[in-house]
Design a binder for this molecule. Sequence first.
Ligand code: SAH
Ligand code: SF4
Length: 361
Amino acid sequence: MTNLLDFDLAGMTEYLVSQGEKPFRAKQLLRWIHHFGESDFANMTDIAKVTREKLGKVTCITPPALVAEQASEDGTRKWALNVGQAGAIETVFIPEDDRGTLCVSSQVGCALECTFCSTGRQGFNRNLTVAEIIGQVWWANKSLGRDPKGERIISNVVMMGMGEPLANYDNVVTAMRLMLDDHAYGLSRRRVTLSTSGIVPAMDRLREDCPVALAVSLHAPNDALRDEIVPINKKYPLAQLMEACRRYLEKAPRDFITFEYVMLDGVNDTDEHARQLIALVKDVPCKFNLIPFNPFPNSGYARSKPEQLKRFRQRLIDAGFVVTVRRTRGDDIDAACGQLAGQVMDKTQRQIKWQQLQKDE
Ligand code: SAH
Ligand code: SF4
């Protein structure tokens, strides 16, 4: 069975033509599936019955199965979706006064091993398919619906859930094309943000293929520290990363990069780190998003002290930067940044090794 949730407009058109159907049916189908959240061909009333019956025999509209839905006291919502043998993935919706942001996962686990990240600690299982990535938006959109004015509740998407989106490039780009397509979710490029730990060649491809707002997980102001806590830095060190950010901005829908910086007590939050950080980004138009570290068992890190966070933030502000501090949301349902663990069946067995290590210590 071909799952129609795997196709963006180009893919859907190509598939339908290969089945002897008219190309314009692709837009109709996208509208039914994504805009109206329909998964039953029988309800697609403006498509001829014979066509619907034929599609029903060879194709399906199958999102990952919903296994749990939770709501936090602060309005944050979380959905857990079953992705078969690989385990479960999580999607989070964060309501704010002026927007509603959905945080989407791109992989089951992550292979990049950032030391402060619970997903990274669990190891990697596999890439999500397009249907599994866009399926998160599909479920959340269906469940949240529209506000009284008829506007979609989901106004923004951030690729900041589990996984490194640029390590699952093709599927993530296809899913983002659906987020941007007026026949599907119709979001503007400025309202879809991809967060990467800095895979430089893929940043260059993204700039050409599907430029969306970009957030870069910086977390350290010098190579020695970043090599340690964001190990992909050994492959693409800071000088290369800064150059890639500048190139990206040539085609980006926003005129700045957002640098994410997790605040780790005593590790990357001193005055000297702030000074180095200011020097590092001097040629890159950017904003900073400071993320108080979200602890998880055996992480070995602590959240920066509130006074230190304030001081660090003020140093950046004094240097002329716009700085936001990410509010921790959905704490009570483990929905905060870096806590999305799902249930990764780790193919690399790293999780087991990690637990043994803890025992041995
Ligand atoms: N893999 C991508 C996107 C997913 S993580 C990336 O690394 O950018 C989204 C953000 O949460 C990243 O900036 C990531 O570094 C940060 N993060 C990871 N673990 C965290 C934790 N325990 N506390 C706070 N932020 C964390
Ligand atoms: Fe992967 Fe991002 Fe976590 Fe690093 S921070 S391990 S890249 S999910």
